[in-house]
Design a protein around this ligand. Sequence first.
Ligand SMILES: [Zn+2]
Length: 129
Amino acid sequence: MQPEDLARFRARLLALKAALETEGPIKLDPNRTDDIGKRDDDHQPLNEMLQSIASSRNRNRTAELRRVKAALERIERDPEDYGLCLECEEPVHLRRLELMPAVELCVKCQSAQEESASGGRRKHLTDYS
Ligand SMILES: [Zn+2]
């Protein structure tokens, strides 16, 4: 990876880390239903759905912060390692890193991992953005 790319990703990771650390858990606003894109007269199931979305976002945030810190550590320790898939050690596509600078796996390895983790149920990568 070019030093200027590395510097750019490092800056983005630092900004991400700061944002993840200062925002804290996502607070659920019960009046905000536009996330779903659909209004329902029966609000109870909708609120439960929002609760579960918020709690899964909080879990993702914790996992994301862990990945951001790990990526920054890799850059400090061994810059050559940054941008390589942790699984197959092939370079992760730059465009993928642009979208998710803390990503640890290439598309192929991540799909394989998600498929086995979810028992074959395939999740789209954009679920995590
Ligand atoms: Zn891989």
